[in-house]
Design a protein. Structure first.
Length: 452
């Protein structure tokens, strides 16, 4: 069966919801499977998938005011057909409403065989009543207003209002719904930023140097994926958010040092540290997932990060004698709720529950405890997350230093712009202030254990 771009978008959204998958790899696989697809159709699929995920709360509010039945009991495919159609009508201007309705009905017939009458009725009813749909007023209920209008779970908005206030929370939610820039890190083991900028510009990309990362480039006016360029294939670039690039700067590993990278994932930060070290020294990268370690090995090979040794391992486990006080620097890229990456991973906000941060904290504390024993005296332990919750960030560090008086917090190195360092000496970035993902980082130094 030949599927239209909108039909493909619905299928991807179904898998995101049903399988707990992430949109990005599903989109990449789908677009790779259709190499002859027009660039306009590829962009349309991407916009519908990400736009629908970002604005899902707003779209569900609209459906709830038109549909008379129980929304939660509605067939998942019907829900996503309605969401994608409403997203196009509310947030895009290129396609006439009647054409959107007609295609939504046809997609329903192909996917479900029935339900097309319901889809037709709801969408046509929306066209008639769209100016009559009420929204919560910000003066009467600011949390509910931000939650619906800017499409974030209510519990999340309430928590952020307590942390940041109403105006900051609204700005953060608006920023989370913006399309983020495509940002790459230039791999200095293979090339230079100037040379890469020139090469990508010759390929038709609009390229600008990033504000905070010395190795970053921001790319726009894309006619193809940067992963399909020679620069990527030859290991000249790594797709990586600018804030993520700054973690290697935060670690600041020196050539010749012995570094441990815990929870290394697929190795973006691992390879960056190898570049900072000029491939001199050693990096042991650990992750609990064999699949991620395999991907890390492929990635560091592409990037020529030859000093990396990758192993499957559980960072929570008590280290053996061979690991005791062995490393000069340790990076803990801690598992977290990921709430700083909602621009790029909007599905996270609909999966995360209030109790998830507490679960992450237990894991984070266990990893810190294990890592502490592996660090030499005088060594540096860097703790980073891609979330913005206090309980996963400074609260974890405060708990750790209270139990380990031999560790003290240091300010980040000079490579980190001072606007990204708060009054307590923590590294912080926010989408609405810095145009990056939301990251946190703490630099801990291990001294002599104090007498009790």
């Amino acid at each position: 069966m030949i599927m239209t771009p909108r039909h493909i978008a619905v299928e991807i959204l179904n898998r995101v919801e049903e399988e707990g998958a992430y949109a990005e790899p599903l989109l990449d696989a789908s677009l790779s499977a259709h190499p002859q697809m027009k660039i306009e159709d590829r962009r349309l699929i991407t916009e519908i998938v990400y736009g629908t995920l970002r604005m899902r709360g707003n779209l569900d509010w609209v459906i709830g005011h038109i549909y008379r039945g129980k929304f939660d009991a509605m067939d998942m495919s019907i829900r996503n057909i309605l969401r994608t159609a409403l997203y196009q009508m509310l947030f895009t201007e290129r396609i006439p409403d009647f054409a959107i309705v007609n295609e939504a009905v046809e997609i329903t017939k192909k996917m479900r065989g029935r339900g097309s009458g319901l889809v037709n009725a709801i969408l046509r009813n929306f066209i008639r009543k769209k100016d009559q749909i009420p929204y919560p007023e910000i003066r009467k209920d600011p949390a509910h207003h931000i939650s619906i209008v800017h499409s974030h779970p209510l519990w999340m908005v309430k928590q952020w209002i307590e942390m940041f206030g109403i105006e900051e929370t609204a700005a953060l939610c608006r920023a989370n719904n913006q399309v983020p820039p495509v940002t790459v890190r230039v791999n200095t083991l293979r090339t230079t930023r100037e040379r890469t900028k020139e090469k990508l510009s010759q390929h038709g990309f609009e390229v600008n140097e990033t504000v905070f990362s010395p190795d970053g480039l921001s790319i726009s006016n894309r006619h193809t994926s940067v992963r399909e360029t020679d620069c990527y294939a030859s290991g000249g670039i790594q797709v990586q958010d600018e804030a993520s690039q700054l973690i290697a700067c935060l670690v600041s590993p020196q050539p010749g040092e012995n570094v441990l990278d815990l929870c290394a994932g697929m190795g973006g930060k691992t390879a960056h540290m190898a570049a900072v070290m000029e491939n001199r020294g050693s990096i042991l990268a650990l992750d609990i997932s064999r699949k991620k370690i395999d991907a890390l090995c492929r990635n560091v090979s592409r990037l020529n990060a030859v000093i990396v040794d990758a192993q499957v391992g559980d960072a929570r486990e008590k280290p053996g004698k061979a690991f005791f006080e062995r490393f000069d620097r340790i990076l803990i890229d801690a598992p977290c709720t990921g709430l700083g990456t909602l621009r790029r991973n909007p599905e996270i906000k609909w999966r995360t529950l209030p109790a998830d941060a507490e679960k992450c904290c237990l894991l984070q504390k266990a990893i810190l405890e294990s890592a502490a024993a592996c660090l030499k005296k005088g060594g540096y332990l860097i703790y980073s997350t891609c979330t913005i919750t206090r309980e996963e960030n400074e609260a974890v560090i405060e708990d750790f230093t209270n139990r380990h008086p031999d560790f003290i917090c240091n300010r980040p190195p000079d490579e980190i712009n001072s606007v990204l360092v708060d009054d307590h000496g923590y590294f912080r970035s926010y989408p609405h202030h810095h145009g990056t993902d939301g990251f946190f980082g703490a630099v801990l130094v291990k001294g002599m254990e104090m007498e009790k």
